[in-house]
Design a protein around this ligand. Sequence first.
Ligand code: NAD
Ligand code: ZN
Length: 269
Amino acid sequence: MNGIDVAGRIASSDRVVALTGAGISAESGIPTFRDPGGIWDRFDPAEVGTFPGMLRFLISKPWEGIEFLRGLRSVFASACPNPGHEAIAELERLGHLRCVITQNVDGLHQRAGSVRVLEMHGTFARSRCMGCAAVLPATIEDFLCELDQMVVKLGSYMVSHPAHLLRRCPCGGLVRWDFVAFGEAVQCLDEATVEAASCDVMLVCGTSGVVYPAAALPELARDRGALVVEVNPDATELSGVADVSLRGRAGDVLPELVAAVRARAANVS
Ligand code: NAD
Ligand code: ZN
């Protein structure tokens, strides 16, 4: 590993942080949005990338809207955590990992068993009232169910106002998915910044490092003395920041790394 003992550094630390992006969920069958055939390849983010924009699009072009919602559904419907998510959850159970900072909105880290997950771009597995701001717990199944209901409503030609598509909170406000759309502030930034600035090792897994402010966290970690380890089959904008680049798929590299950490712990005891 480039002469640096990554497993040894993790084994002797209880302040490891994982920063993850779309690539860690690629092996779960969730394509990155920008790749050919991805959501942003087929639909213009300038039109559907904001929540009000998406609602306007659905109402004004219901048949294209149905295609968009079905595309979204097919992305998330059958995805399950993969060995990469599971390895990160295992590092937390072993007491080495403090938290996962993720840009993903798919809820797969929690489903793999990770407990402390900072979702900078929110999640589809949670809703929020646009009136009273109450956070309403949900599951990906609830999200899929809502997509199905929207498709049925749009197909009935009865939709002329967002209130016809969205649920209502007990306060009367309309409820939306709690993901961060284009132009909206990221979530958990203060907490993520504190974690990045105080970790010993940062595992940067499956992110291209082009979406800010998440992309600034590895440099912050490195400047504060952390070992920055990139796990990605390809070089990225963050490769120059990383002390070590482990080239391969997260689902292959991370379980091997966790096995090596376990072996270290066994040798020490
Ligand atoms: P990105 O699409 O810009 O980059 C993905 C990175 O993952 C690339 O560098 C690629 O080389 C790497 N990669 C591909 N397969 C991999 C694998 N098996 N193991 C490890 N790495 C692999 O992703 P990003 O940096 O997260 O930025 C995209 C934005 O889109 C984010 O804001 C994210 O919120 C959103 N998004 C989320 C999901 C999701 O929730 N699963 C999916 C697509 C996009
Ligand atoms: Zn409310």
